[in-house]
Design a protein around this ligand. Structure first.
Ligand SMILES: [Zn+2]
Length: 154
């Protein structure tokens, strides 16, 4: 199928369920910035059906985003995975007989992104940056002083 992201609504009558199983180029996400881009394909599978009023999409998707490490700036691969995502679109809101689900998919992938990324959750260059980071409050390790401990009581 040349355009596996296109749903033909007119073919979804009478409780028909259309299976989705596709690998899409990540270009449709439209994000290609130094700090965030997608170079892996987006795998998507699931099903789509129509009720009397709505088009219902039930999707699973996965891909890998590349974000820059917030400490060393190296690219960090971030696997994204969407499981059992439901989207309903009122049929009255769909113009014509085709629905392109890429915008829905894009949205739910982008929501999965963390705000910041770091190499394996703990950048090896973090110690080099430590002097510039706010230190966590030091624990109280002052030894308690018991001045009379040595006192020998006869
Ligand atoms: Zn790093």
């Amino acid at each position: 199928m040349a355009e596996p992201y296109i749903i033909h609504i007119d073919r979804l009558g009478d409780g028909a369920i259309q299976k989705i199983d596709a690998i899409l180029s990540s270009e449709f996400i439209g994000v290609d910035e130094p700090d965030l881009h997608f170079c892996d394909a987006v795998k998507v599978c699931g099903e789509v059906y129509a009720t009397d009023e709505d088009l219902v999409l039930h999707l699973n998707a996965s891909t890998i985003a590349q974000m820059s490490c917030s400490v060393c700036n190296r690219p960090v691969p971030l696997p994204l995975s969407i499981k059992s995502y439901y989207h309903t679109e009122p049929l009255s809101a769909i113009k014509g007989t085709v629905f392109d689900f890429r915008a829905i998919l894009r949205e739910c992938l982008l929501i999965e992104l963390p705000k910041i990324a770091e190499c394996r959750g703990n950048c090896p260059e973090r110690p080099a940056l430590a002097p510039y980071l706010r230190q966590p409050a030091a624990p109280d390790i002052t030894p308690h002083y018991f001045p009379f401990n040595d006192l020998k009581i006869p």
